[in-house]
Structure formats: structure tokens, C-alpha cells
Design a protein. Structure first.
Length: 462
């Protein structure tokens, strides 16, 4: 895998959690739980991540028994993931014709997709597997952090942040979204190569190939800023018209105290400039206008423009164990149909999700007036996101196709898809089927000096 690791050399450091005081002098909204409540994590009722351990009433959602620990026999380290459930057949398919029978387990966005494409879109539903797990060392940090972490008043920053899931027993919508934003993806850093593919209404597409590296700054002893959550460097490798452009982001724990900083290196102009639009509803990089900056990773960035309401939990058919989308034998044209992804390569399972509704605050600006997030209880990843326009009409639907990198105990997304119900266009981010081999380096190590504006020009020339 060619990546920035050729220029960003190894850093020797012990794993260190910095206590982050996100807003000095700011009032604190209590979100931490008592030691007695935290003791429930990993017990008879709750998993170490805070999910319900038990099966649902009819057993269609199984009990959590530790996640997927046994590696598939055909898997070889360093190579592509092997689907541990490849031999399973769908239990049934949900179509526009029978969607009403299943509507209690579908999001409004999923129902809209079925109705928008009645002759071609369907949801193949498979047996549910609660495959998610983290390293055991992370579970203890989560239990300890649950008794320590609070939010600053307004919920736009964290105090005493020390674990990947700050609020495993959430009491508000903001806490659930913080769990998604800060969820575990690596002990220190990760690099990967993937595509972002805008698909036109005609079905035509041109992949944009990215290479990106991330350091989760709060885990480093030499973190130069205690308010820093991560540093992110993204380079476009193709097509030629975009090749060499580089994006640098410094993401912060409290973006009100210290807003996100972003810079762009434009290869054509050979200059570095500030990029204040890489936030909120600024256009997403090379997305053909289909996504906003805060759409990436299902949702990212500051929470301050919305009111967040925790609506509770429900059972929902969500994309899960989507190993087929990582199959190197598939070409992008096999996966990307006109109007939507090829349903034969999609896998849906019944899981419990947290439901969080975000409503735009009076006086705030965003192209989405309302967003509803459905968050998987086992991973804290947003699985479905429904987006509404200023008229209150459903506009865009996002799906996060979850997959478990079982060899390193990291749940992530095989890809995320965003459908514009009005235009018929859609965007898929994360596919790497036509790239050679396994495109993730979970042992990536780097130096903070390579994540500075001064380093951008050098990165753009490589």
C-alpha cells in the first residue's frame, strides 16, 4: 500500500490518554454516570460498549456473546477480508410491494428509496450477527471514562475525555452523537486508500481516488494541543484533473472554543490556503455537490447548529456485515447501478439502534433543516441518516454499510452511500475493490510535524 508512511516516519510513543479540559472556565453539563452504573458495563445486562447484551423478544436479534473473534479459515493476514458469512442466503427480501409489512423496522428514508425505485431496489435481509467488538483494553478505558467524562454547557465540548466511547450509557442525543464521532478506530493512527464515486442519474460515474492518514492526537503523549482530537491528511490520486490536491484538517474536542482548522493545497496553483468552508454544509471535497462537509463518516464536526433530541431505541434493518462490498473480485460497475447500489451485493440485518433527531436552531444556517440519525448500539456508528430540507421534505438518505475488521478488532464502514431522492444521483464513499490488496494500515505511525500547513506543499508534490 502506497501511502504517506513513506514520508512520515515512525514515532516511538507509549499509549497515553490526555485529560482534555475542553473549555477552560466554561460551565459543565453533567453527563458522567456513577461508579455503580458504570459497573453494569460488561455485566449481565450491558455489553462493555453499553449495548443490551440480551437477544430481543423473538430472538431475531441474538444476544451479544463477545463479537466475531474467530478469524475465517480462508483469511490471510495482510490480505483482503474474507466474508465469514458468505454461505448464508437471505431470509427474505423487502421490496416496494411488501414494504408496508415491514415499515415498523424501516426508516422513512429506506421506505422512500423503495418507493423511488420500485422496480429495481430491494433490501435482502440476512440472519443477524452481532460481530462487533473492540480490544479488551479499550473496554476498561470505556468503563473508567464513563464515570469521568462530562460535556461543557451546551454539549459542544468534552471535559475529562479519556476513552473512545465517552458516554456508553447515554442520557441525551448529543451524548450518542459524541460516541459516534469519537468511536474507536485504531490505538494511534490509521492510513487507507479508497474511492469516492458520484453516480449520475444516467448511471455514469468517474471514481475519485483518495489516500488519507489520521493520527488520533489525544492518544499521543506528545500531542501539541490538549484540545486536539485528531489530525487528518487527505490526498487525491485520481483523476488527473484533481491529482495532487491535498486537504489538511485539525479537528478539536471543543469546536466552539477552537473551531476546526483546515487548509487546502491546490496542485494547479501550487499554493496553500485556508479552507474555512470544510465544515458544516460547505461542499464535500470532490463530491460533485452531493454531500456536505459534515456528511462524511455519516456525521462529523461541531454539534452547535442543531438541537439534539434522543428519541429512544428501536429495531431497524440496517446494512451490516457488508463484506461483499470489500470483495476484490467485484468491479465498481458491478456495485453501482443506475439510481442506487446493486442490491444483490448489499446485506441488511435486524439490529437495535438509538434514534437521535437533530433540528436546526433558530438563527442557524444549514441546508438540512432536520436530520434523523439511527445509531447502531454495538458500534456507535451511525447506520442510517435521513436528511430533510427547509420545507420539511425528505431529501437525502445515507446508509453506512458496516463491516468488522476482525483481525484488529475495529468496527468501521465498508462504504457509505448517500442518495439524492430529488435528482436521482447518489454518492458512494469508501469502496476500494479495484485497488490491489488490503487498503488499511491500522499500525500507521506518524509525526505531528507532517500534519502542518508547512508540510502540505511537500505532500502535494509526491
Amino acid at each position: 500500500m502506497q501511502s504517506f508512511k513513506h514520508s512520515i516516519r515512525s514515532i516511538t510513543t507509549g499509549l497515553f490518554y490526555t485529560t482534555v479540559v475542553a473549555a477552560l472556565g466554561a460551565s459543565v453539563a453533567s453527563a458522567k454516570v456513577s461508579p455503580e452504573k458504570a459497573a453494569q458495563l460488561g455485566g449481565a445486562q450491558l455489553t462493555p460498549m453499553g449495548a443490551e447484551r440480551a437477544a430481543n423478544a423473538d430472538g431475531s436479534i441474538p444476544a451479544w456473546t463477545g463479537g466475531l473473534k474467530k478469524l475465517p479459515a480462508a483469511y490471510k493476514r495482510g490480505e483482503r477480508l474474507v466474508d465469514p458469512y458468505a454461505g448464508e442466503a437471505p431470509l427474505f427480501a423487502i421490496t416496494a410491494a411488501n414494504a408496508n409489512q415491514h415499515k415498523d423496522k424501516l426508516s422513512p428514508g429506506q421506505l422512500a428509496l423503495l418507493n423511488r425505485y420500485p422496480d429495481s431496489f430491494k433490501m435482502n435481509v440476512y440472519p443477524s450477527h452481532r460481530s462487533a467488538r473492540l480490544p479488551d483494553t479499550e473496554y476498561q478505558r470505556i468503563k473508567t471514562g464513563a464515570t469521568q467524562t462530562d460535556m461543557v454547557e451546551g454539549g459542544n465540548g468534552l471535559v475529562n475525555f479519556s476513552a473512545s466511547v465517552p458516554f456508553p450509557i447515554p442520557q441525551s442525543g448529543q451524548e450518542v452523537i459524541w460516541n459516534h464521532i469519537t468511536r474507536y478506530r485504531t490505538p494511534l493512527g490509521v492510513s487507507r486508500r479508497y474511492t469516492q464515486i458520484p453516480v449520475q442519474a444516467s448511471g455514469g460515474f468517474t471514481p475519485v481516488l483518495f489516500e488519507e492518514s489520521v493520527l488520533f492526537a489525544n492518544r499521543f503523549a506528545d500531542n501539541p494541543n490538549p484540545n486536539r482530537l485528531f489530525v487528518f491528511l487527505q490526498r487525491i490520486l485520481a483523476p488527473a484533473r484533481l491529482e495532487g490536491d491535498v486537504l489538511l484538517v485539525h479537528e478539536n474536542i471543543d469546536q466552539i472554543k477552537e473551531p476546526r482548522s483546515a487548509w487546502l493545497y491546490n496542485a494547479g496553483q501550487r499554493r496553500v490556503r485556508l479552507a474555512p468552508t470544510i465544515a458544516y454544509d460547505g461542499p464535500g471535497t470532490a463530491s460533485d455537490g452531493l454531500r456536505t462537509s459534515d456528511d462524511l463518516d455519516m456525521f462529523n464536526g461541531a454539534l452547535d447548529r442543531y438541537n439534539w433530541e434522543l428519541k429512544g431505541k428501536r429495531e431497524l434493518y440496517i446494512p451490516y456485515n457488508s463484506y461483499r462490498l470489500r470483495d476484490g473480485k467485484l468491479a465498481y460497475k458491478d456495485i453501482l447501478n443506475k439510481g442506487h447500489m446493486n442490491p444483490e451485493h448489499l446485506r441488511y440485518e435486524l439490529h437495535r439502534v438509538w434514534v437521535v433527531e437533530a433540528t436546526l436552531k433558530e438563527g442557524s444556517r444549514h441546508i438540512y433543516a432536520r436530520r434523523t440519525f439511527f445509531v447502531d448500539e454495538d458500534t456507535w456508528q451511525i447506520a442510517i441518516a435521513d436528511h430533510y430540507d427547509g420545507r420539511g421534505e425528505l431529501w437525502k438518505v445515507k446508509e453506512g454499510h458496516e463491516v468488522m475488521h476482525y483481525q484488529v478488532a475495529v468496527p468501521w464502514l465498508a462504504c457509505e452511500s448517500l442518495y439524492d431522492l430529488n435528482s436521482g444521483r447518489y454518492l458512494v464513499t469508501g469502496l476500494d475493490n479495484e485497488e490491489e490488496g488490503y487498503q488499511y494500515d491500522f499500525n500507521y505511525q506518524g509525526k505531528f510535524r507532517d500534519f502542518t500547513p508547512a508540510a502540505l506543499r511537500r505532500a502535494g508534490r509526491r
